[in-house]
Ligand binder design. Structure first.
Ligand SMILES: NC(=O)c1ccc[n+]([C@@H]2O[C@H](COP(=O)([O-])OP(=O)(O)OC[C@H]3O[C@@H](n4cnc5c(N)ncnc54)[C@H](O)[C@@H]3O)[C@@H](O)[C@H]2O)c1
Length: 259
């Protein structure tokens, strides 16, 4: 098992990619602290783990936009588990629409969760990573960090920010033997993408299936990723198999940005 006795923290573990990652890491023997703002979803993630996996799992309701909650979580984890081997900075939201009518409140949410949430999650873990002198941090960027997407200017700006943040943090933590990388998923079949597609369908007056087909055709593989396919990339970056990678971005996008 590749994660045996490793302490793994995942934000946004109540759904989609976070949940799939939690399932995979549980099978690989990790001791996990799963967090999310959605307590019911977190409980569902916990319930789908096997008994022995549940014994190695703690769930915590945490809002990554609240620095005091994030700090409390990191301090608690260190108190109980003494170390963090892997931090998966996954919690995120999407809001789409043309910039001229984009609600300020939606942009605030995108910045607060995707950018500042990423920062707070790293900020309160970094002192411990520096002290222990090992570990791997994985952030969630997106194809939206690399290319433009129609009606996604605000979302793209936050994900491009995550990419820059990840690269720079990799430099700061390299002297401490801590690696920092991102993954950039393409269209991945999760509640987030489904809500994105539904909103675009409503805004453009076309069917859900039509928008879905457009997204499927973005990648040369011609389909959406499963959350599990993204989780395997995260596992690679978490494991020693990627020991010479830092400041890198792993594009898991079905060839979307290759064209
Ligand atoms: N699904 C895709 O196509 C896709 C593509 C590229 C990148 N991503 C990124 O992958 C990550 C996971 O997305 P997903 O598709 O699994 O979405 P999802 O909506 O299924 O899961 C996101 C999780 O983040 C949680 N969350 C939201 N706000 C939070 C907050 N303030 N505090 C704590 N948790 C919060 C949600 O409750 C949810 O459980 C996100 O960062 C997203 O931007 C997704």
């Amino acid at each position: 098992m590749r994660m045996e006795d490793k302490v793994v923290v995942i934000t946004g573990a109540a759904s989609g990619i976070g949940r799939a990652t939690a399932k995979l890491f549980a099978q690989e023997g990790a001791i996990q602290i799963l967090s999310d703002i959605d307590e019911e979803g977190l409980r569902e993630t916990f319930d789908i783990l096997k008994d022995d996996e549940q014994n190695r799992t703690t769930i915590m309701k945490i809002d990554v936009t609240k620095p005091e909650e994030v700090k409390e979580m990191m301090d608690h984890i260190i108190k109980i588990f003494k170390k963090i081997d892997v931090l998966v900075v996954n919690a995120g939201v999407v809001r789409v629409g043309p910039v001229e009518t984009f609600p300020d409140a939606d942009y605030d949410l995108l910045i607060n969760v995707n950018l500042k949430g990423t920062h707070y999650t790293c900020k309160y873990a970094v002192p411990y990573f520096k002290k222990q002198k090992f570990g791997s941090i994985i952030t969630l960027a997106s194809v939206a960090a690399h290319i433009g997407q129609t009606a996604h200017a605000n979302y793209c700006s936050t994900k491009a920010g995550v990419l820059g943040y990840t690269r720079a943090l990799a430099l700061d933590l390299a002297p401490y033997n801590v690696r920092v990388n991102s993954v950039s998923p393409g269209a991945t079949d999760t509640p987030m993408l489904q809500s994105d597609v539904a909103k675009q369908a409503r805004d453009r007056g076309i069917s859900y299936e039509e928008v879905k087909k457009e997204f499927e055709e973005e990648g040369v593989l011609g389909r959406w990723a499963t959350p599990e396919e993204i989780a395997y990339g995260i596992l690679f970056l978490a494991s020693n198999e990627s020991s010479y990678m830092t400041g890198a971005d792993l594009r898991l996008d079905g060839g979307w940005t290759t064209q």
